[in-house]
Design a protein around this ligand. Structure first.
Ligand code: FAD
Length: 503
């Protein structure tokens, strides 16, 4: 229990990217009527990574918890709505499917709908599973609305995320945090001073000669990991064995045509290309593995697939997939890219920031820095990273592609046991075990399995109590109800206009 003397009174965040300002905003909200001092140090000269535009639905809960108005946030960040991710050419060249933020149909007699689809498919149904997903059909039709609060309606069976300008999001949160008492210090950290006995970080020394003291430090310094790695030498687990893509080149372009409510990921011979539509422009990038393609070739390949006029010069990024050995070490908690990075497939990095902040708020230390708090934090974040690693890897290994060295590498790969067992349970009985600390729930896994042609070899016996005629007729009713509900939904762009966007 915290008492007056053991309470931490001074928190210092290093870094003002998405991670730094999300952390500052959340801490400002938690401590705004207390004497706890929150400072953030950032260097304009160093700048931020400058990418990270696609999110997961959970970010809505982060904004809501801070009391942020959605329409105001969307106008400030030029955001669009995101119903899922379209994957092109992943299972085979020419394939296309959407991973939706929502369910496939609704349960029939208490059994999840994908089991019904699987049973009917095995007896000849040709309609793909995605036609029974409201968010997929809405995304494909370019329509959007908020989910209906009535869980009985098909229009309730989805969530949504945003595609936004992350530099504007950081500015938006900066104002939020500064309005609630956070102090921003401009400057480049050139040295750190540690307590000789405990090894805890005590002081940041800036190039200007200024010093910044703190009791708890949050390292949001990006890939550098200035405190967690350069100072504390925490160590990094290299996961390139499973996720070998290690570079990206990104460029912004003018929007051509409609603004779809989804992100696109197109598999290539040596990686994959993203397209993220915002209100005022489109984000593009090519993530690739340097073993299989040069930077010059990667840039050319990316540019040849960009549709609109280029608005920026291509930016090169380098990374190593993996995570820190410890996310929280001594009095330093790493949040954002300093904690680890699993490549941008499925847009999980901002989500990890949110997970880190949520766990930190729950386990907020006092001056004793109890090891049980740190252990719990580290365990949670490790599980989060491992579950996501498996989900990302599934995209690369659930494939029939063998047209390049990269795809042949994945086809020969020995999978982590945790992923192999999940594939086995799915192929045996169409079930996805649901894990604690996994951001991706069964519908996400089902979307990738079915979209990339990994299908169950048996049926769920719980359906034996229902006749084929009943299953058939319920399925047809569901299909019709999705089609007619989507036809009534507003266009994505008109929905954004309604909340004052696209001006
Ligand atoms: P940064 O943005 O790098 O910020 C680091 C901060 O630390 C800066 O303010 C910098 O000035 C400061 N700093 C560093 N050193 C010093 C110093 N010595 N002194 C003072 N200040 C210092 N995530 C998603 O969720 N969705 C996506 O679609 C997505 N796409 C991505 C694509 C690519 C190619 C990459 C590489 C990442 C992507 N990410 C994505 C990840 C996302 O960009 C990051 O999670 C997010 O931007 C947070 O970054 P950060 O704040 O940790 O680091």
């Amino acid at each position: 229990m915290n008492d007056q003397t053991s309470q931490i009174m001074s928190v210092c965040i290093l870094g003002g990217g998405t991670a730094g300002w999300m952390t500052a905003a959340a801490l400002a909200f938690k401590f705004h009527d207390s004497d706890v001092r929150i400072q953030i140090v950032e260097s304009e000269q160093i700048g931020t990574v400058g990418v990270g535009e696609a999110t997961l639905p959970h970010i809505r809960f982060f904004n809501q918890a801070l009391g942020i108005d959605e329409a105001e946030f969307m106008r400030a960040t030029n955001a669009t709505f995101k119903l899922g991710i379209e994957f092109c050419d992943w299972g085979q060249i020419g394939d296309k499917y959407i991973h939706p933020f929502g369910d496939f149909g609704q349960p029939i007699d208490g059994v999840d709908f994908h089991h019904v689809w699987n049973k009917l498919r095995r007896s000849g149904l040709k309609t793909p599973l995605e036609e029974f997903s409201y968010p997929i059909i809405a995304a494909q039709s370019g329509r959007f609305h908020h989910p209906d609060p009535d869980p009985a309606k098909i229009e309730s069976t989805f969530g949504y995320a945003y595609q936004f300008d992350s530099s504007h999001y950081a500015k938006f949160l900066r104002k939020f945090a500064e309005d609630r008492g956070v102090t921003r210090i401009e400057g480049k950290v050139v040295n750190t001073v540690q307590n000789p006995e405990t090894g805890h970080v005590e002081t940041l020394q800036l190039e200007s000669g200024e010093t910044v003291k703190g009791e708890l430090f949050i390292d949001c310094s990006g890939f550098r990991g200035l405190l967690i790695e350069q100072c504390l030498k925490t160590g990094y687990q290299d996961w390139s064995e499973w996720l070998p893509c290690n570079r990206a080149v990104a460029v912004q372009s003018a929007t051509v045509g409609d603004i779809p409510p989804y992100t696109r990921s197109t598999a290539r011979e040596a990686g994959w290309q993203w397209r993220i539509p915002l209100q005022h422009r489109t984000g593009n990038g090519f993530v690739y593995c340097s073993d299989y393609i040069s930077d010059d070739e990667a840039r050319e390949q990316m540019l040849s697939a960009v549709e609109g006029e280029l608005l920026t010069t291509p930016k090169q990024l380098y990374f190593m997939t993996g995570r820190r050995n410890l996310f929280w070490n001594k009095n330093v908690v790493s949040i954002g890219l300093s904690a680890g990075f699993l490549e941008p497939l499925e847009s999980t990095s901002i989500h990890f920031i949110q997970e880190g902040i949520t766990a930190l708020l729950e386990l907020f230390p006092d001056r004793s820095f109890a090891s049980s708090d740190q252990d719990e934090y580290n365990e949670r974040m490790s599980l989060n990273f491992e579950r996501v690693r498996d989900f990302l890897l599934l995209h690369y290994v659930a494939t029939e592609r063998d047209d390049s060295p990269m795809w042949r590498h994945f086809r020969a790969l020995t999978l982590p046991d945790s992923l192999q067992s999940k594939i086995d349970v799915w192929t045996h009985r169409g079930l996805v075990p649901s894990y604690e600390f996994s951001v991706f729930l069964p519908p996400s896994w089902i979307a990738v399995f079915a979209g990339q042609r990994i299908l169950p070899t048996a049926e769920d016996p719980r359906l034996n109590r229902l006749s084929a005629e009943i299953l058939q007729s319920e399925t047809e009713t569901l299909h019709r109800s999705i089609q007619s509900a989507v036809a009534r939904a507003p266009a994505h762009v008109s929905f954004i206009e309604k909340i004052g966007g696209l001006a």
